[in-house]
Each structure stands twice: as C-alpha cells, then as structure tokens.
Design a protein around this ligand. Structure first.
Ligand code: GYE
Length: 328
C-alpha cells in the first residue's frame, strides 16, 4: 500500500476514533465541572401501571425541567424486551451521557450493561435493583423493599393478635420484579414470627382489576381468611372490591395492608376499607439526577442511596391532615 494511501487510512481511523468517543468524552470532558446543562439522561421507565408510577414519572419530568437538564423518556410499556431495546437505543444515542433505568425484572441486563460500559455510558438504577452487575452501574437510588415487607408483616401481626386463625393471602407484583420478590421475603420474615400462614400467593401485576379477579377466585374456594397483603395499593383496592361483593367487610372481617401510600390508599383508609399502607416513595428524581451529575463529574458514589419512607394507619386521628399534606 503506497505511503499516501497508508497516511489517508491512518487519518480516517483517527477521525473515527475522535468522533466515536467524542460525545460521552466531550460531556465528561466538562468533568469535574459539569452542570445540569451538560446532563442528557436517557430514562427507561417501566410503563404506566398505577398511581405510584404516575407520581414517579411526574417526578422525573418536572425535576428535569426545574434543573434544566435534557431528559429522553422511554416508556417500556411493562415489556422487558421493549425495555432492553430502549436501553440499546440510548447506548447508540451519542447525546445521552447517563442512562437511568427502573428495571422491570432483576435479570436480563448482562449484555446491555457490558455494551453501555464499552460505549462509555454511565448507568444509574432508579426505584428497583437488579441481580449482580454491581460494577456496571454507579448507584441504585430506591427503597429497601425487604424492609417494606417486614413492616407490613409486623403490622399484620399486631392486627391479628389474639386471632385464633391467622391465614393471610398475598397479591404479588409482576413476576421477576425486585419489589415483588423482596416484599414477599420481608413480609414472611416478620409475619411468620407471630404464626401467620400465607396460604395463597399469586401475581396480580400491580393492577386493581387483576387484584380483584385473583381475590374473587380465592373467595370462591374459601372465605376463611383473616388478612390480605397487597404488594401495592392498586392490588389491595381490587381485593377490597372483591371482599365487598362477597359480603365481607374489608378492614374488619379481613385486615388489609398495602404498600406505596399513594393518595388512593389514604382515601381508602379515610373510607375505612384499608387498615395500613407502607410508604414507598416515588419522588426519586432529585436524588437520581444529583447522583447522575456527580457520576458525570467523576465522583464515586455509594452503591445504594436509600429513599425516605414511613407507615400510615387507618386509625390515626390525624389521617385527614396527613392526607391533605401529601404530594402523591
Ligand atoms: O410499588 C408499584 C409499581 O417499583 C416500587 O412498582 C415500584 C412498584 C410500586 O408498579 O405500585
């Protein structure tokens, strides 16, 4: 190959390398003085399955506007294959420097995380954890779902104290999701300490309708149940409807605990049909964006940044004023 051809060839390679890695490097190039203006976040949302998710999505969109960062929002429509495809899309998007993901399931991320690293993309997990791959994401911002389950188990024990029979049914979130796995683990950890038996458990995919259908089917088999644990508010609302239609009094004949503490749960407690709701905070965006900017500036972050959460009770005398003060 003539010297001239070799020279041209080398120049082409150099240009490709420079252009190829410029986007992420350029962005990071602002490091350690990047500001929110430099942050281009590709956010992989699970879908739009209920009140909690709506509040979570609003948190990301509103906070991005307030901070002046660029948000590219991807709705995975509760479909894992779509979420993986969206991830690949953001890997190939030269503008995106941080990929934020609310993983639908705990597995299935090895390859795209590998590819993201190769492409120099920063990855932040929001809301839900994944199995392994700790070296492939900078931090996880979200709740301790096991602890949420433990809290629910402890409260169910208190409500069934003195009850001859302590049969509880569990409505689970989507199969393979971290909150579905972990809340179940935590609930059994504390509930079994007081002799509670979880005799029925089934996914109702975080939905009111499926929560109702699953509970209706169980009530056709037997009405011998003292408690229902809804892994989110919506599924508990479905169970409440099914109990009513079966002639049982929700929150009296059957104690009901949910997780999320959305405004709907407060209304159900004010209506006297839900006993307890364990909070899971959806307003995660400020912490996620703060972590994303810190990572873009080359800072090392703790692997887990926990969110603040509480528990709320139907028989709390201040319930109305608490409900009035809630953002979601
Ligand atoms: O509990 C449920 C939503 O990932 C914590 O997902 C979230 C869960 C939440 O569908 O309502």
């Amino acid at each position: 190959m003539s010297h001239l051809k070799k020279l041209v060839f080398l120049i082409i390679i150099a240009v490709i390398v420079l252009v190829g890695c410029s986007s992420a490097e350029e962005e990071a190039g602002c490091s350690p003085n990047c500001t929110y203006d430099d942050l281009v976040v590709g956010f992989l949302q699970t879908g739009s399955e209920g009140g909690w998710r709506a509040a979570n999505t609003a948190s990301f969109k509103e906070t991005a506007e307030q901070l002046g960062l660029t948000l590219k929002f991807y709705d995975s429509q509760n479909d894992l294959a779509k979420q993986v495809a969206g991830f690949q899309q953001f890997i190939e998007d030269p503008e995106v420097n941080v990929i934020v993901m609310s993983p639908l399931e705990v597995t299935g991320w090895d390859q795209v995380l590998e590819d993201a690293e190769t492409a120099g993309k920063i990855v932040v997990l929001s809301d839900r954890r994944i199995d392994g791959n700790e070296d492939k994401y900078v931090t996880f911002v979200g709740a301790d779902f096991v602890e949420e389950g433990r809290k629910a188990g402890t409260e169910m024990c208190k409500m069934l104290e003195g009850s001859e029979s302590k049969i509880v049914w569990e409505l689970q979130g989507n199969v393979g999701a971290a909150p579905a796995i972990d809340r179940g683990t935590g609930f059994r950890e504390t509930a079994e300490e007081c002799g509670i038996e979880v005799t029925k458990t089934q996914t109702a995919n975080w939905s009111i309708l499926e929560g109702k259908q699953v509970t209706e089917a169980w009530l056709k088999e037997t009405q011998d149940v003292q408690g229902i644990f809804g892994q989110n508010d919506e599924m508990a609302f479905g169970a409440i409807e099914a109990l009513r239609e079966a002639g049982l009094v929700p929150a009296e004949d059957v104690k009901i605990i949910s997780v999320d503490a959305t405004s709907g749960a407060f209304q159900a407690m004010l209506d006297g049909t839900l006993n307890v709701t364990v909070e899971c905070n959806p307003l995660l965006a400020p912490q996620v964006y703060e972590a994303s900017l810190a990572a873009l500036n080359g800072e090392t972050l703790p692997k887990w940044i926990p969110s603040e959460e509480s528990v709320f009770f139907m028989d709390d005398p201040n319930l109305q004023s608490i409900a009035d003060g809630r953002k979601y």
